[in-house]
Design a protein around this ligand. Structure first.
Ligand code: A3P
Length: 299
């Protein structure tokens, strides 16, 4: 476990020491989570578009109850709308009592998922994003929330990331774990690429809705429901809402993350403002080495 040694890991221990709920939360979820037949798991490596996927999924599954002017997304951080396996087990159990269908989010690697998920008839939506933008996004996020990261330089964060040291393990192992699992159960997985979603949100939102068993009807398409969901969940809209500009996620925690930190730039290619030529070559080489033979295309 080479990744259990970096600054990011310090953050996990710091949280665990303070709240007994982060590392413990992962283990607790692994040991106690019981998947229900209609659960859908939204899986991602941090900073790959999780917030966006959660908002879209929530808007899709609640569209019969709420529209773009009444959606709870207007007043609630998307992370509160869909529970996080590693921290919200009690809430998930409560929701399971009232609903046969529950989307649950996790950053766990595939091989760390609770046994009950693996043996269930699960559906997994996996969102991934190009490694260079993930590194930049991760650096900014961690720098603000992890006390030992405050003064870390981008170069330092970059080197750690490329060594595979980060809070959810190596980026490539995370993606490839899900990818390899999908080869034997392709119908259970939907892979969404952040960049593709930006380029063509309509067909990706349709794919998402169909996959989770909530396809849009012809009437809904005619009434522009898909476009309304895309606008509601757009970065421009969500990042300008009062709830997402202020306040904290899980305020009871001493390392509580400010809501605004989930919304930074949402630009493709921001890495160009940070990477030296040497960094570009290093990441390109890593991507070739790790993903070359898989057929997975990382833009
Ligand atoms: P940047 O740091 O590049 O701006 P995650 O949700 O997995 O933590 O990922 C965070 C990244 O997604 C951030 O990227 C953030 O700005 C971007 N993001 C947040 N909300 C988004 C949305 N509604 N649409 C597109 N990107 C979004």
């Amino acid at each position: 476990c080479s990744w259990l040694k970096g600054r990011f890991t310090l953050y996990k221990y710091q949280e665990a020491w303070n709240h007994e709920d982060w590392l413990d939360g992962e283990i607790f979820a692994q040991q106690n989570f019981i998947a229900h037949p209609n659960d859908v798991f939204l899986c991602s490596y941090p900073k790959s578009g999780t917030t966006w996927l959660k908002a879209l999924t929530f808007a899709i599954v609640t569209r019969e109850k709420f529209d773009e002017s009444t959606s709870p997304l207007l007043k609630t951080l998307p992370h509160r709308c869909i529970p996080f396996l590693e921290k919200d087990l009690v809430r998930i159990e409560e929701s399971h009592k009232n609903s046969s269908f529950l989307p649950v989010n996790t950053h766990l690697q595939y091989n760390s998922l609770p046994e009950s998920i693996i043996t269930s008839n699960y559906k997994i939506v996996y969102i991934y994003r190009n490694m260079k933008d993930v590194i930049v996004s991760y650096y900014h996020f961690m720098k603000e929330i992890v006390i030992p990261m405050e003064n870390a330089s981008f170069e330092e964060a970059f080197d750690e990331f490329c060594e595979g040291i980060s809070s959810c393990g190596p980026y490539w192992d995370h993606i490839l774990g899900y990818w390899k699992a999908s080869l034997s159960r392709p119908k259970r997985f939907l892979f969404l690429k952040y960049e593709d979603m930006k380029e063509d949100p309509t067909s990706n939102v349709k794919r998402l809705a169909e996959f989770i068993g909530r396809p849009f009807t012809i009437e809904e398409e005619k009434a522009n429901v898909i476009e309304k969901i895309i606008t509601l969940c757009s970065f421009e809209n969500l990042s300008n809402l009062d709830v997402n500009k202020s306040g904290k996620h899980r305020p009871e925690e001493c390392n509580a993350v400010e809501n605004r930190l989930f919304f930074r730039k949402a630009k493709d290619g921001d890495w160009k403002n940070y990477f030296t030529q040497e960094m570009i070559e290093k990441v390109d080489k890593l991507i070739d080495e790790k993903f070359g033979v898989t057929g997975l295309v990382l833009k």
